[in-house]
Design a protein around this ligand. Structure first.
Ligand code: SF4
Length: 694
């Protein structure tokens, strides 16, 4: 008994699925994850206390999978062979150097990963900017909340959730939730909302799909996909015309109200109904309740952001929060629910993005550039690089020739993925660093085996800007290494000596260069309830539980109303493709499924891709529940099982994003938002062909 027990490791860590940032104890032994148990002290688990969802509880089994990469691979004559670390690193160094010499620094692009820690994401962009000296570094936030960040930075200042999960989202008087399937994508957060609604808070859900949360709503309003600007502007208009806006707040804390007032005038309840299908009584009821509530939370996710007008959606929502005075006080505020475990920190704050340095610092500001140059001995490129969708175009055109991808699976996650796969195949050289041989890694010239979150140390920042520790329960399999170790070794091969003994050394560099992380260090994070919410300006600053209490993040401290002109989806149904397709998640899976498709319990629940079709439409098409159908768009076609269920209008169908067979992004369009470059995953046109029996 005793000897065996002593080998069991308990790691107090943070979930590696969604950005709720649940904390728990992860147990491991002899290289195998054993399981998850609630933290012993709820204080160390501020977002979740003792709860977790099914992914957090059972989802770690992927770490034990036989499919884990455990040695570097080099492709020779189209086949992978096992290689030593030295060979693999040499191969990457040689090829990227040759490309750079022939085509210049800007012919190489780097992709970072919001699955990885803050420290690793910081090093990823450092590798791009210091070692390769390319401005083309980006990450999956481009595909999920880049429009949230772009919208909030223009209006209130910080591209982040303004509130706390527990004390604000869990305690508010009123919710407007839209474009978020919260029960499936942020389960523990959804539980808070449901409990509070049961205790009397008003809950308004506006969504094309009657998502799980709608069952608990005061009112569910079905919207037409991509029509959000209209109903949100309509609410603002109704609130102003009824005199229900918060005049004092508008006067003291905002500017440009008159412009907004004029721009929303055309959005009468009748016009809104035409554009969105929301009945006037429902619009008015929601608007009036929100305006009269003492506190209101505005929650959204990809249903708002993944549109060719995603940034404008966020501007509209911000206007609604500001006219009702729902910012800068407990229980109120704009609350975008971030997706990946560490997309707020790794994808945003750490700056692996082509238009901003770490901490959202301006890459054209000489003082900022001087600071980085002093620290790194190299001046970061002072020009805006290409965003992910632009990078894939540049690859297709032969302008980007080399690519280094850390923990991202664009072969499935890019819109119009067949085209993205063709672009990747045109590269002279592709290196992929991942925990599995993903659909993307198959195309690589060199594959490096990485450690999973169960095997490493660092920090994640959750959706409420809370920086929390990640700790290892087991060792990585075989020769796999953490992203931090791999990047350090690679930089060394390029002649840059990175002197980090431990992730805490990287955090020390981050806090010296990134003001909003100025007071973050591992000692503070090791204390009993030692998480910190940014901004944390210095060692004496306690962090910032909710944003904008006294001022917005601008020199004059005032929020800006930026009116949002109406725009609908780029691709609308027509005779050939009469149905609207929307995409999203299910509870049991995660993103491109590389992890969850390797967990038996999760696969048992949802084993394959499907398309949800309204019963009337299924009857018209002659499709029965459970039969296979072929779904066609202008980009391609996939075969999936029909799930006949009434969640949306007859004209709208849904396919989840998690599968390689029946991969929905073979259908989606690559229209993007002009400000944030987010693709319009949420609306494209399709037709369904029945295939008969199953
Ligand atoms: Fe993990 Fe999110 Fe589930 Fe919490 S809610 S256990 S963070 S996936």
């Amino acid at each position: 008994g005793k000897a065996r027990l002593s080998q069991v490791t308990k790691a107090e860590t943070t979930c590696n699925y969604c950005a709720v940032g649940c904390r728990f104890d992860l147990y491991g032994k002899d290289g195998e994850v054993l399981g998850v148990r609630p933290a012993e002290d709820a204080k160390s688990a501020p977002a979740n206390d003792f709860s977790t969802c099914v992914k957090g509880k059972f989802g770690y089994e992927f770490a034990n999978s036989d499919d884990r990469l455990d040695t570097p691979l080099i492709k020779e004559d189209g086949e992978f062979r096992e290689a030593t670390w030295e060979e693999a690193i040499d191969e990457i160094h040689e090829n990227l150097t040759a490309i750079r010499e022939e085509h210049g620094t800007d012919s190489i692009a780097v992709t970072s990963s919001s699955k990885a820690t803050n420290e690793e994401n910081f090093l990823n962009q450092k590798f791009a900017r210091q070692v390769l000296q390319t401005p083309h570094v980006d990450n999956c936030a481009r595909l999920c909340h880049s429009s949230t960040v772009a919208g909030l930075q223009q209006t209130v200042g910080y591209g982040a959730m303004a509130t706390r999960i527990n004390e604000d989202v869990g305690e508010t008087d009123c919710y407007l939730i839209t474009g978020s399937n919260t029960t499936e994508s942020h389960p523990v957060l959804a539980t808070r909302i449901k409990q509070n609604a049961r205790d009397g808070a008003d809950l308004f859900v506006f969504d094309p799909r009657k998502v799980g949360l709608a069952e608990h709503a005061t009112q569910y309003s079905r919207t037409r996909p991509g029509s959000d600007i209209a109903w949100i502007n309509g609410m603002v208009h109704h609130i102003i015309s009824e005199g229900l806006h918060d005049e004092e707040f508008i006067e003291n804390r905002t500017k440009h109200f008159d412009e907004l007032k004029e721009k929303v005038e055309p959005f009468t309840p009748e016009r809104v109904e035409e554009l969105t299908s929301v009945p006037p009584e429902e619009l008015k009821e929601a608007a009036e309740t929100i305006a009269k509530a003492d506190t209101c939370i505005f929650g959204w996710a990809m249903g708002m952001t993944q549109h060719a007008h995603g940034t404008r959606n966020v501007l509209a929502m911000t206007n609604l929060a500001l006219v009702t005075g729902n910012m800068g006080k407990p229980g109120a505020g704009l609350s975008p629910f971030r997706g990946q475990n560490n997309v707020q920190g790794g994808g945003g704050d750490m700056g692996p993005a082509p238009h901003t340095l770490p901490g959202y610092q301006d890459l054209e500001d000489d003082e900022v550039l001087d600071k980085f140059e002093d620290a790194w001995g190299v001046r970061p490129p002072d020009r805006v690089g290409l965003r992910l969708p632009e990078q894939y175009e540049a690859m297709a055109e032969g302008e980007i020739r080399g690519m280094y991808i850390m923990g991202e699976n664009p072969a499935l996650s890019e819109p119009d993925s067949t085209e993205a796969q063709q672009a990747v195949q045109q590269l002279d050289f592709l290196a992929v660093q991942d925990i599995f041989l993903t659909e993307t890694a198959e195309y690589a010239d060199v594959v490096l085996p990485a450690a999973s979150a169960a095997e490493k140390s660092g920090t994640f920042t959750n959706t409420e800007r809370r920086i929390q520790r990640v700790r290892p329960a087991i060792d990585p399999p075989g020769q796999a290494k953490s992203d931090l170790d791999i990047l350090t070794r690679l930089a060394d091969r390029f002649g840059y000596e990175w002197d980090y003994d431990d992730p805490s050394d990287v955090m020390a560099e981050i806090s010296s260069l990134v003001p909003i992380y100025g007071g973050v260090d591992y000692d503070r994070l090791a204390e009993e309830d030692g998480s910190l919410q940014w901004p944390v300006w210095d060692a004496d600053h306690a962090g910032t539980p909710y944003l904008y209490e006294k001022e917005f993040n601008f020199e004059d401290g005032l929020a800006r109303f930026v009116p949002a002109d109406y725009a609908g989806p780029k691709e609308m149904p027509d005779e050939e493709y009469p149905l609207m397709l929307t995409t999203g998640r299910v509870l049991y899976h995660w993103h491109t499924g590389t992890m969850t498709r390797r967990v038996e319990a999760l696969m048992h629940s949802v084993p394959e891709s499907f398309v949800t079709i309204h019963p009337n439409m299924a009857e018209t098409l002659g499709v029965k529940d459970g039969e296979y159908v072929r779904v066609h768009s202008r980009r391609g076609s996939i075969v999936v099982r029909a799930d006949v269920e009434e969640t949306s209008d007859e004209g709208v169908v849904f396919i989840p994003m998690h599968f390689a067979r029946g991969a929905v992004n073979e259908l989606t369009s690559h229209e993007t938002d002009p400000t944030s470059f987010i693709p319009e995953y949420k609306v494209s046109s399709v037709r369904i062909e029945p295939l008969g029996a199953d």
